[in-house]
Design a protein around this ligand. Structure first.
Ligand code: UDP
Length: 236
């Protein structure tokens, strides 16, 4: 499968058209999606690590019946994926309060939530990806129907239950994560984008050491070592 044209460039990936109109090639870039206030980070090899990590997780989820856009891995940095129209929502699932949740509501950092919280954020850089509720989504036409919102929430929870157990067995707490979905030409909602330490918070179950992009944002160093550790545990 050959790349034809660059169709889209985001913070973490480039998407290329192929000779099949229903398939795209996703190239994972080395840039970190997070900022530490001064400069954008670029870690050699991070793209390849996220490609491997995300592929393992997507394959695991498809074993549990979650439909994904992943067709197959093409190279260290590339995946062949189904073309979808991305639903402009970040679906965030949280098990432990941290990050923007603690800032917004004052819930103490590290509080284990009584049940998993699913939130929707409108994907819009100019607006800073604001939190939205169901009615915002419907009024703005971000999804077709209330039914789609319920499907996204259900998929978010299903993904969470599979991943929490998977990572618990590998001594990692899945604190929270963000997923994105797209609609394929048949109208099916597929898990899209990626699931990696760029989009999840992983804390070591024993030490609470952070093994995700917060290492970069908080200047904790050794970002690549942490991502490699996540991959090592996934493969163990
Ligand atoms: N997240 C993401 N992309 C974003 C915003 C959030 O992947 O643009 C992920 C983030 O890595 C974390 C979860 O969503 O796992 C919740 O993030 P939060 O709302 O706490 O925002 P943050 O503190 O990361 O800015």
């Amino acid at each position: 499968m050959q790349r034809i044209n660059l169709a889209y460039e985001g913070k973490a990936k480039r998407l290329y058209t192929t000779d099949d109109k229903d398939l795209l090639i996703a190239e994972f870039k080395d840039d970190l999606t997070a900022f530490n206030g001064e400069k954008k980070g670029s870690e050699i090899g991070k793209g390849a690590l996220n490609n491997k990590i995300s592929t393992q997780i997507f394959n695991l989820l498809s074993e549990y019946g979650i439909a994904t856009h992943l067709v197959r891995v093409l190279s260290e940095n590339e995946q062949l994926i189904k073309k979808v129209d991305i639903i402009p929502l970040e679906v965030v699932v949280r098990n432990i309060a941290t990050g923007s949740l603690t800032k917004r509501l004052g819930i103490k950092d590290g509080t284990v939530l009584p049940f998993s919280l699913v939130e929707f954020y409108y994907k819009n850089d100019d607006l800073g990806d604001p939190l939205v509720n169901d009615e915002h989504c419907l009024i703005m036409g971000l999804v077709k129907s209330e039914n789609d919102l319920n499907t996204l929430r259900k998929l978010g929870r299903e993904i969470n239950s599979v991943l929490v157990k998977f990572f618990e067995a590998r001594s990692l707490k899945l604190v929270d994560f963000k997923v994105e979905f797209g609609v394929d030409k048949g109208g099916n909602i597929l898990l899209a984008d990626e699931i990696s330490p760029d989009s999840c918070r992983f804390w070591d179950a024993n030490s609470n050491e952070k093994l995700d992009k917060d290492r970069f944002r908080q200047g904790l160093g050794d970002v690549k070592v942490a991502y490699e550790e996540v991959l090592r545990r996934i493969l163990s």
